[in-house]
Ligand binder design. Structure first.
Ligand SMILES: Nc1ncnc2c1ncn2[C@@H]1O[C@H](COP(=O)(O)OP(=O)(O)OP(=O)(O)O)[C@@H](O)[C@H]1O
Ligand SMILES: [Mg+2]
Length: 239
């Protein structure tokens, strides 16, 4: 199953009222791929990412992610799917300021069914949080509160939280948008490492340094795919 695509979209269309936002997106992303989604503001990048992550179910077309047809799942099934298979990272970190860094990372332990990462509830959430914080280079900061951290450190906390349940797919919307270039580079290096460990990453970005690091770049223009490149030339564009 390792060669199976992580994401297979076919003829995805979505509108807000009469305004078409995605106009027939067909693409595949392989497992273990680090894929950037680029395009001007309003081209539909976040909308596409939300569909891939099962956050949005109001579209037509087929959306298969990690072998599951998301377009056929109910809202409850979608939320189980997200909790057990997908990690999300956003531009504004979305940490809870009144919880410590370790508590923020362990938050997923308290939502949904136990996942792979928390070993059916056997693993102590605090131990798991400490292990993940070490993994993202934040050992020693576990008991700090988010407001004592820099932007890059906050984003690493958010990444550790996204990894809590051992997701197979990580979806990131402008994850370096709020970071200076050195910090952004560190975050990209971390994504690259995670990808080498087998995680599939899809990263929406405006920044060229992110798309340069990606082995695959998907370009959206006005809700259409205009180019999809990869090292081996696979994944041709559909217009
Ligand atoms: N909730 C909404 N209601 C109405 N229109 C929306 C809504 N969300 C997005 N849109 C519209 O859909 C289009 C695509 O939005 P989307 O957020 O996917 O763009 P984007 O490529 O992520 O842009 P940005 O780079 O600015 O984040 C835009 O024209 C936007 O105005
Ligand atoms: Mg967006």
């Amino acid at each position: 199953m390792a060669t199976e695509a992580a994401i297979k979209l076919k003829a995805i269309e979505k509108s807000y009222g009469r305004q078409p936002v995605l106009r027939g997106i067909t693409l595949e992303i392989a497992r273990g791929e680090l894929c950037a989604v680029v395009g001007t503001s309003g081209s539909g990048k976040s909308t596409l990412l939300n569909i891939m992550g099962g956050l949005d179910s109001t579209y037509t077309g087929t959306c298969e992610v990690l072998g599951q047809r998301l377009d056929k799942l109910s809202d409850t099934q979608l939320s189980h799917f997200r909790n057990s298979h997908v990690g999300f990272v956003f531009q504004h970190f979305h940490l809870l300021d009144h919880l410590t860094v370790a508590e923020n990372v362990a938050l997923p332990a308290f939502f949904g069914r136990p996942g792979k990462g928390d070993a059916a509830g056997v693993v102590d959430p605090q131990l798991r949080a400490y292990e993940l914080l070490k993994r993202v280079g934040l050992a020693g900061r576990e008991q700090d509160y988010p407001n004592a951290l820099s932007g890059g450190q906050k984003q690493r906390v958010a990444i550790a939280r996204a990894l809590y349940r051992g997701p197979e797919l990580m979806l990131c919307d402008e994850p370096t948008g709020n970071l200076d270039s050195d910090t952004g580079r560190q975050i990209i290096a971390l994504f690259d490492e995670l990808c080498h460990e087998g995680l599939t990453l899809v990263i929406v970005t405006h920044e060229e340094r992110v798309s340069r690091a990606a082995r695959r770049v998907i370009r959206l223009e006005d809700g259409r795919l205009t180019a999809a490149t990869s090292e081996d030339g696979a994944g041709a564009a559909t217009a």
